[in-house]
Ligand binder design. Structure first.
Ligand code: ATP
Ligand code: MG
Length: 182
């Protein structure tokens, strides 16, 4: 399984519909400061179900929608599509799909939706699909700028949470808390 393509429109600095294709192996994205490199990574994090606006360097979720520039009006929605090559059937429960496409949309009025292979689904379905694949929302496969520093500077309890996440304990803790709060 690997990420082979992303389509981004209206997400952060991507006002124009942008298609990015990835090969297997390592991809490096280079460009001047502020050109949108981190925004690509955040688009991926977002489409995989990130629910924290702060983790995406925003105050509230609609902050991810293109906010306009002097020359260009703001947009009303953001959409990110991630295309995964699943010819090795790594993502399970996909009816032997060769390709798995995850879509997330958010409108300024707060409406939002997730789609899996073009069909509406719940955030939970996206989580379930990627849990334990190493690519889920809470996985450490995406490490954002500043995170390394924050690991060193964090309090011991916070650092512990990071280790628990890496060890896969956090999932069970979350589930236990969920059960206890019912
Ligand atoms: P660096 O090399 O400094 O890490 P970068 O290439 O990672 O830079 P990003 O942080 O991805 O750059 O992009 C920042 C740019 O995205 C800024 O110019 C910022 O104005 C723009 N941006 C962020 N959110 C929005 C938004 N909602 N609407 C329009 N532009 C946005
Ligand atoms: Mg950056």
């Amino acid at each position: 399984m690997y990420l082979k393509k992303m389509k981004i429109v209206g997400f952060k600095s991507f006002a124009d519909k942008t298609k990015i294709e990835f090969d297997q192996g390592i991809t490096a994205v280079v460009g001047p400061n502020g050109s949108g490199k981190s925004n690509i990574v955040e688009a991926l994090r977002w489409v995989l179900g990130e629910q924290s606006a702060k983790a995406l360097r925003g105050g509230k979720m609609p902050d991810v929608i293109f906010a306009g520039t002097e020359k260009r009006r703001a947009l009303n929605y953001a959409e990110v599509m991630a295309y995964f090559d699943n010819s090795d059937q790594y993502l399970q429960g996909q009816d032997e799909q060769e390709e798995v496409v995850v879509t997330r949309r958010l409108y300024r009025n707060g409406d939002s939706e997730f789609l899996l292979n073009g069909r509406k689904c719940r955030l939970r379905d996206i989580h379930d699909l990627f849990t334990d694949t190493g690519l889920g929302r809470d996985s450490l496969s995406i490490i954002s700028q500043g995170r390394i520093e924050s690991v060193f500077n964090s309090k011991p309890e916070e650092r512990r949470a990071i280790f628990e996440e890496a060890a896969g304990v956090l999932k069970y803790k979350n589930r236990r808390n969920e059960t206890q709060s019912k």
